[in-house]
Design a protein around this ligand. Structure first.
Ligand code: ZN
Length: 491
């Protein structure tokens, strides 16, 4: 039944029926659990320090990739090198405080700041109490601070439109607010990476504070604030001094890539990608997030697939289209490396036919403990009516795995389609498939280690990507971009 289905699909999709004697089968077999283990054991070792973007550990990982691609004889497509170098900027708050009667209240201790701002000297801000904001339309808050007891996206928009400079958002429950402060502080004090090297422009300032602090800032009391709910104008404005200073440090990093030139359709390029960065280690290096699954597994997968194609090419079975093996940096910082590539492509995006992105293929998630031979295939139907069929065909013909499509449901809350590097290709209208094993308890934790990887399943998933890539790189027609459904840029 499976064979029959496969050959019918094959006739429809390819115009010919592939068989188990295809050359691709021989090369797929070079992708083995043992090879994967030896590569991933290095990539996810403590020596690589969790591969955080811009750190020593990331440099070690990039050197490892470079050496490998050189060894298997693939070209470095960036002026003869394997590195697409660029700078990012790490932003930290060097000083953020609010002054009350000469006493400083500090970010992360007394309140939580969020926004984008940077000032040379203290700002003096006349601040008005607007209660829950219902009466905002009748108040003049231009260039002022506003103190609110309620908050919503809608109110934020209104306050911004009214030209306010800063928002002081009082908590509904001070005790609870202070309890969650340490966790919120850790999150808000984390360094952020970005491309923009301009310092914050005081565009948006939100100070999350206790009601007590708010009362204090207004020279009032919690009781009076509560009593003024229906008549916020009864609380007099006050002058608040505040300071926000941002510090930017330039970080050099690089996407890694290797190129295999195609034969008669070499101007068209298939991209097979993973991210080789991860979330690094704690300050003193005592806790390392090895990122074996995320995304050591995908990076190992790309390396193995590259090796299989390189061997095929050496034996005269090279792909008709070109293939770019791309290991991006900065995924964990917000898909930055793939965004950089998509804006600064080495090969024209209009000739980039597909992206197969592998992010986490080394584990079995709790939903598949009795069905290990599976992978989530995400996004294959979004932009092309052909890609999912080709993917199905490759699977039925060569692998027979369970391709789980549950995350293609637009109602799914996880929104995985928007959460890895393929999305930056999809945004440019390039049909993609995202291969993923699902999340698990060790996701983004120091326990995401090599000993937990299931190499047999991982090798089969990489073989599936290889077979799919083989078809995409060799069939006559490139996949048409004939669907544009629910492209959503406001994730
Ligand atoms: Zn990842």
């Amino acid at each position: 039944m499976r064979k029959l289905k496969a050959s019918i699909l094959g006739l429809l999709v390819l115009g010919f029926a592939a068989t188990a004697q295809d050359a691709s089968v021989k090369y797929a077999k070079t992708i083995t659990p043992e090879d994967m283990r030896s590569k991933l054991t290095i990539l996810a070792s403590d020596e690589f320090e969790g591969r955080e973007t811009g750190t020593e550990g990331q440099k070690k990982a990039s050197a490892f990739l470079e050496e490998f691609y050189q060894k298997i004889g693939l070209q470095g497509p960036v002026n003869g090198t394997y590195r697409q170098k660029f700078s990012m900027y790490q932003s930290d708050w060097s000083e953020v405080y609010v002054k009350v009667k000469g006493k400083k209240k500090m970010n992360g201790v007394d309140f939580i700041f969020s926004g984008s701002a940077n000032m040379d000297k203290e700002m003096k801000l006349s601040t008005v109490f607007i209660g829950n904001g219902d009466g905002l339309a009748d108040m003049d808050v231009k260039d002022k601070g506003v103190m609110v007891t309620a908050f919503s996206r809608e109110l934020l928009t209104k306050i911004n439109e009214a030209g306010a400079k800063a928002i002081f958002r009082m908590s509904a429950n001070d005790e609870q607010f202070m309890q969650t402060m340490p966790r919120q502080a850790r999150r808000s004090m984390k360094s952020r990476l970005r491309f923009d090297k301009e310092l914050g422009a005081n565009q948006s300032m939100i100070f999350n504070i206790t009601k007590e602090m708010g009362a204090h800032l207004l020279n009032s009391s919690v009781e009076k604030i509560d009593a003024a709910a229906d008549n916020p104008a009864s609380i007099k404005p006050s002058t608040i001094r505040l300071m926000v200073q941002e510090k930017l440090v330039e970080l050099g990093t690089e996407n890694m890539m290797a190129f295999l030139e195609g034969t008669d359709l070499k101007d068209e390029v298939l991209v097979i990608s993973s991210h080789y960065d991860h979330i690094g280690q704690n300050e003193d290096g005592s806790v390392i997030n090895n990122g074996a699954d995320d995304d050591g597994s995908g990076t190992t997968g790309v390396m193995e697939i590259a090796e299989a194609f390189a061997q095929a090419a050496k034996e005269g079975n090279g792909p008709r289209r070109s293939i770019l093996f791309l290991n991006v940096t900065g995924e964990e910082k917000g898909l930055l490396g793939s965004a950089y590539y998509a804006d600064n492509p080495i090969f024209p995006l209009e000739n980039t036919v597909n992206n197969l992105n592998i992010d986490m293929i080394g584990r079995v998630d709790p939903d598949h403990e009795n069905d290990r031979d599976y992978v989530y295939a995400i996004g294959s139907e979004k932009l092309s009516s052909h890609l999912k069929i080709i993917s199905e065909y490759a699977n039925i013909t060569y692998m027979g795995m369970n391709l789980d499509y549950r995350y293609d449901d637009p109602a799914d809350k996880n929104r995985f389609y928007y959460r890895s590097d393929h999305y930056n290709f999809a945004k440019k209208g390039i049909p993609i498939i995202f291969y993923f094993n699902g999340t698990h308890a060790d996701y983004h934790r120091p326990s995401d280690t090599v000993d937990k990887i299931e190499f047999d399943v991982m090798a089969r998933r990489a073989q599936l990507v290889f077979h799919t890539a083989w078809i995409l790189a060799n069939r006559n027609d490139r996949t048409p971009v004939d669907r544009t459904d629910d492209m959503d840029y406001n994730r």
